[in-house]
Write a protein that binds this ligand. Sequence first.
Ligand code: 5GP
Length: 132
Amino acid sequence: MSIFTKIIKGEIPCYKVAEDKDYFAFLDINPLAKGHTLVIPKRETDYIFDLHDNELAGLMIFAKKIAKAIEKVVTCKRIGIAVIGLEVPHAHIHLIPIDKVQDIDFSRPKLRFTESEFRETAEAIMKELGNQ
Ligand code: 5GP
């Protein structure tokens, strides 16, 4: 079972942002930016391009909603998207607020936030999703 499946099941805590029947979104614990969010399918599949067509399309549509909400919470030019997948074998899309290309450089040092900062960010994004 992947670490992300454990997160979906609530066996490992996370700062949840959104969930529906098939997809789940939560803050990346080692973020490149405030609001850096991971969007995943609940069905555990390692490689994003092994998802069924409808699952992949649904994942991107789910990500779009989350990105629009992050934009309202974090000041940025765009929400950049990235798929790396070298660390966790459970397909995921990174949603990262960016102002310049360097903001989505994964070799940069990650940011640190307190528990309450993470919680506030997740709650603010969740609230925006409720307003959509
Ligand atoms: P990738 O597989 O795309 O190379 O990297 C996996 C991403 O998942 C990393 O950005 C890492 O910080 C994040 N990550 C790994 N384990 C956890 C975890 O237990 N909780 C959360 N919230 N994020 C995680």
